[in-house]
Design a protein around this ligand. Structure first.
Ligand code: PEP
Ligand code: MN
Length: 352
């Protein structure tokens, strides 16, 4: 469908006022539907009524945006100032740089609490950790599942850090959302449309990872499934795409970070760990992502990577994570940004 117009209204606009707009469009033979971008009412209209002046008694929209196709609620023009996504106390999209860190998978209580301590110690704003793991092989460790989720809740109580964890199955969304502060939809599930809709309905913040065989347009279209449920708490995550280059695990598409920020009001996260798969490359790629405008980073950190049951090969050791946080803090200052949750991490650099 082409030639759509999006009419956005002030958040306190009464339903009677948007209904008057719908009635007006109806009388002019224009197809119109009311959607919500978070608490912002948006009327999507297509037809002759968008071409002629509206009656004076209708409440004025805040903005009218022309939309060529199916990328609608995510469009930057609808919210030029950008969307702030709140994961626990973290505010992603407010201009600050936010680091979520932790192990790829929750393996046992001690491992998780130790990794959570490291994340907290160096100033991460949130703890990552998979309880449900999407593994290429059915014979690989699949995660501790519900028991892993309980351990994440314990780690949150222990450190005060909000928890971000993957949900694999639409039937699990409600139960995972009851505990987790943020839901992660993995690269392999970016186009699991049922899962996207369920995550949208949950109202929880959602980190949507780009599929490694998916374009930026497909990623933005996938985000629409969550937005269309009225949930504007979506973070887009670039985690590398598959190319002919096999020296790294995937190829980080750094231009997609800047592009998604330009085209969408949603904040953008980068996962350097899953992109490169090599600890020594995590630091330079994290710095590049921050410089390209990423609002958040998702970093694998493990206290004993050699014993990890999943992706140990790419995890940073605690000390190296500390050094990275120090460099991110200095870089943020240079970019007139702030590394959220951190004061003085760069002191670690002087100790080395
Ligand atoms: C993860 O972050 O644990 C993960 C499985 O990542 P991805 O979906 O990007 O492969
Ligand atoms: Mn992993």
């Amino acid at each position: 469908m082409s030639g759509l117009s999006l009419y956005s209204f002030a958040v306190d606009t009464p339903a009677t006022a948007t209904q008057q707009w719908l009635d007006h469009f109806d009388t002019t033979g224009t197809t119109a539907t009311l959607q919500h971008l978070g608490s912002t009412p948006v009327i999507v209209a297509h037809g002759p009524g968008t071409e002629t002046p509206a009656p004076d008694n209708l409440v004025a929209p805040v903005a009218v945006v022309a939309a060529g196709g199916d990328f609608r609620l995510g469009r930057r023009e609808l919210r030029p100032e950008g969307t702030v996504v709140r994961v626990g106390g973290a505010t992603v999209g407010d201009g600050s740089l936010n680091v979520f860190a932790g192990p790829c998978a929750v393996e046992n209580r001690q491992q998780l609490l130790d990794c959570a301590d490291v994340a907290e110690h160096y100033g991460a704003v949130g703890l990552r950790g998979g309880a449900f793991k999407p593994r290429t092989s059915p014979y690989s460790f699949q995660g501790l599942k519900w028991a892993g989720l309980e351990l994440l809740a314990e780690a949150r109580a222990h450190t005060g850090l909000p928890i971000l964890t993957e949900v694999l199955d639409p039937r699990h969304v409600e139960r995972v959302a009851a505990t987790a502060d943020g839901l992660q939809i993995g690269a392999r599930n970016m186009q699991n449309f049922e899962l996207l809709s369920e995550a949208g309905k949950s109202g929880r913040p959602v980190v949507l990872k780009r599929g490694f065989g998916c374009t930026v347009d497909e990623t933005l279209a996938a985000a629409e499934y969550i937005l269309a449920q009225g949930n504007d708490q979506v973070i887009l995550c670039e985690r590398g795409i598959r190319t002919f280059e096999h020296a790294t695990r995937f190829t980080l598409d750094i231009s997609a970070v800047a592009l998604m920020k330009q085209r969408s009001h949603l904040p953008v996260m980068v996962d350097p760990s899953h992109s490169v798969g090599i600890p020594a490359l995590v630091e330079p790629v994290s710095l590049a992502a921050a410089a390209a405008g990423a609002d958040a980073l998702l970093i694998d950190v493990h206290v004993a990577p050699e014993q990890a049951l999943c992706d140990g090969k790419q995890a940073l050791l605690p000390d190296d994570f500390g050094v990275l946080m120090g460099k991110l803090e200095l870089l943020s200052m240079g970019l007139s940004r702030k590394l959220a949750g951190v004061v003085g991490a760069h002191a670690v650099l002087a100790e080395r």
